[in-house]
Design a protein around this ligand. Structure first.
Ligand code: HAM
Length: 436
């Protein structure tokens, strides 16, 4: 194959035989969320960079290293200044910031609150592709704007648990939860961590030393062996949050206990996006400890709308990676509904028959049956084999004779029986055979 005739690294084609998994995930999420008052939102795949720079945070990996810029072909490539001045677009690396932008732009503050939205679609991050990490990947997720009650935090986790339950995955899953403090206590938390890590700065990994300057909270998430030892003695966020954060977090945990949703407190959970405050959580598979193991993550982002220039509005949400969820479905051998194949396969032999076959095809699909054919095939044997392979229940054969008699041979591929049927009786026979 010529070199460039291939999909870009970190992307994939999703073929028909894979679609049953995709459909299962999307329909399950849709059903569960629309049942409890969420409406679907689709936002553009590209946005002005500021949407992400201001919210996800300039110092995060996503903004520093993983944004794809979009430009018209033939122009020079984007500089950092272009990005900041909104003269370029970027492919969305996630959807929360885009939806917050839509909330402000579409005047959703005037809708009855809270506003509950769900989504399913592709995101783009220029990362080093590896198992579970792609450059184009899909997320399903949901957001709630205009509700700051801790019961809503628990409701979000309840819905996440509920959806993973409907996906038959909860057996091996755990919810890890933490609180990150808010604008009152976050500065103090950061300062305490900085003071602690400064003492060991010579021993920290390169990444951690960089984060010490930008966001010391992120060091807590380090998987580096050197950092791990230092982390063991680091001050815990929960011990340094303000009274309000402590009270809210306590309430969330109590609600979860009441709902009997299992969770693990993870004092090191910080997440890779800066907009989070208060409750944050991740869903991961129990046997996995690696970095790519989280199926999804979410949390509160009560400052995000102000970061975009809007009126202060609380928000909370969650998103999961669809490829990772599908991988988990396969690992756990979850049976997903098959996408139904054709019920009827039309076989034609000879030119006159082909003409009749096309008319019959049109009638049958108008009746609502799933029907298929291969008009370029000539031999009976090849067409019967194709009918069998397609999993059709019935083969309808039209040869010269049938074409002349306005009839078809209805062959029941499951029972092996066959009968000749006049076209005007076909409807009745199909109904009987396919129990429609
Ligand atoms: P996130 O943790 O960056 O959060 O992404 C959520 C999930 O998307 C991850 O747990 C993972 O399953 C999947 N994911 C992320 N990056 C990749 C990748 N490169 N390849 C494959 N899957 C990936 C967010 O995006 C937030 N917007 C979630 C949220 C919604 N918070 C509040 N509301």
């Amino acid at each position: 194959m010529p070199e460039l005739i291939q999909a870009p690294r970190g992307t994939q084609d999703i073929l028909p035989q894979e679609q049953k998994y995709w459909r299962f995930v999307e329909r399950t999420v849709e059903k569960k969320l629309e049942q409890v008052g969420f409406g679907r939102i689709d936002t553009p795949l590209f946005e002005y960079p500021n949407i992400f720079l201001r919210t996800i945070g300039e110092a995060t990996d996503i903004v520093q290293k993983e944004l794809f810029s979009v430009e018209r072909m033939g122009t020079r490539s984007a500089t950092r200044k272009d990005l900041q001045e909104k003269t370029q677009y970027v492919l969305r690396p996630e959807n929360t910031a885009s939806i917050a932008r839509a909330y402000l732009e579409q005047g959703m503050a005037n809708w009855p609150q809270p506003v509950k939205l769900w989504y399913f679609g592709p995101m783009f991050r220029y990362d080093r592709p590896q198992k579970g990490r792609m450059r184009q990947f899909y997320q399903w997720g949901f957001e709630i704007f205009g509700d700051d009650n801790p019961a809503t935090d628990a409701f979000v986790i309840m819905m996440v648990w509920n959806i993973f339950g409907a996906l038959k995955l909860t057996k091996n899953l755990v919810v890890e939860i933490n609180t990150l403090g808010d604008k009152t206590c976050r500065p103090k938390i950061k300062k305490n961590l900085s003071t602690y890590f400064e003492k060991y700065s010579d021993y920290l990994s390169e990444d951690a030393r960089r984060q010490l300057k930008t966001n010391p909270l992120r060091i807590l998430d380090s998987k580096d062996q050197k950092d791990q030892e230092i982390l063991a003695g680091a001050p815990q966020i929960v011990d340094n949050v303000c009274e309000t954060c402590k009270k809210n977090f306590q309430a969330v945990l109590e609600y979860l206990d009441e709902l009997a949703i299992p969770y693990d407190l993870n004092p090191r959970l910080v997440r890779g996006l800066d907009y989070y405050i208060g409750t944050t959580f991740e869903v991961r598979q129990r046997q996995d400890t690696g970095r790519q193991s989280s199926l999804g993550g979410g949390g509160r982002y009560d400052e995000l709308l102000t970061q975009l220039g809007g009126k202060a509005t609380p928000g909370i949400g969650f998103a999961a990676g669809v490829e990772r969820v599908i991988e988990a479905l396969k690992q756990n051998q979850v049976k997903v509904p098959e996408i139904p194949g054709p019920q009827i396969y039309i076989i034609q032999i000879g030119e006159t028959a082909r003409r009749k076959a096309l008319t019959a095809f049109e009638r049958i699909q108008q009746m609502g049956y799933r029907v298929t054919s291969a008009f370029s095939k000539e031999a009976l044997k090849a067409q019967l084999r194709a009918a069998d392979r397609a999993g059709a229940r019935l083969a309808l054969l039209i040869g010269q004779r049938e074409a002349f008699d306005n009839a078809v041979i209805v062959k029941d591929l499951a029972e092996g029986s066959q009968e000749t049927v006049k076209l005007d009786r076909l409807d009745k026979v199909l109904k009987r055979k396919l129990k429609k």
